[in-house]
Design a binder for this molecule. Sequence first.
Ligand SMILES: C[S@@+](CC[C@H](N)C(=O)[O-])C[C@H]1O[C@@H](n2cnc3c(N)ncnc32)[C@H](O)[C@@H]1O
Length: 218
Amino acid sequence: MAAAGRSALAIDFVGGAVGYKLRSGAARSHALLKATGMAPGRALQVIDATAGLGRDAFLLASMGASVTLIERSPQVHALLAQGLAAAQAESAELAGVVARMTLIQGDARDLLPTLQADVVTVDPMHPERTKTALVKQEMRLLRDLVGADPDVCELMQAALSARCGRVVLKWPLRAEPLAGVRKPSYQIAGKTVRYDVFVLPRGAAEERAPGADAALNP
Ligand SMILES: C[S@@+](CC[C@H](N)C(=O)[O-])C[C@H]1O[C@@H](n2cnc3c(N)ncnc32)[C@H](O)[C@@H]1O
């Protein structure tokens, strides 16, 4: 664990990239919303099994979802708690978003069997890229703090066995599918990442595959 990473990493839901995305309205067209099945008037219950910097969870909560965030690193969990407290104190609007977020410290592989939701999202640390400059500064600092996530296949198995209607895996756009994990129902491509969407039997009746990316899902 790198001391520099520990001191430099901060989680800011008020300014920075997260604040900009929300203020500019860019959040509304984010591919994650489509992948989770978010729609106006549909208040989803989401479990973010890999909370990390909390950006995805904050985006979903700001669009009306109730989100349970699970983070296993005590240090990252503490940073998240600080970031959420700061957002709560900033304005009534942000306090409303934070009120829809529940932060838990622990390993999602153990916790998922005890929870239920409409959607489980999984965004493990991605395999290291050779062009490290392409990896955003915060993600480098997070990697310094928590390392890689070698148990991602086990986590996916826990997510796919959870009481939920859909699992969304965020993974590098061009990376191979995870070995040992079933084929996704469909994929949604972003600029650098893709969302592998697994529609599970519980939600099959009400789920549709909006904008399934045929090129990525032959
Ligand atoms: C790539 S980051 C997630 C980034 C996050 N989606 C965001 O928007 O900021 C991955 C995080 O998941 C956490 N993590 C990985 N496996 C986990 C598990 N089994 N249970 C809980 N947290 C886990 C890591 O500690 C790390 O903080």
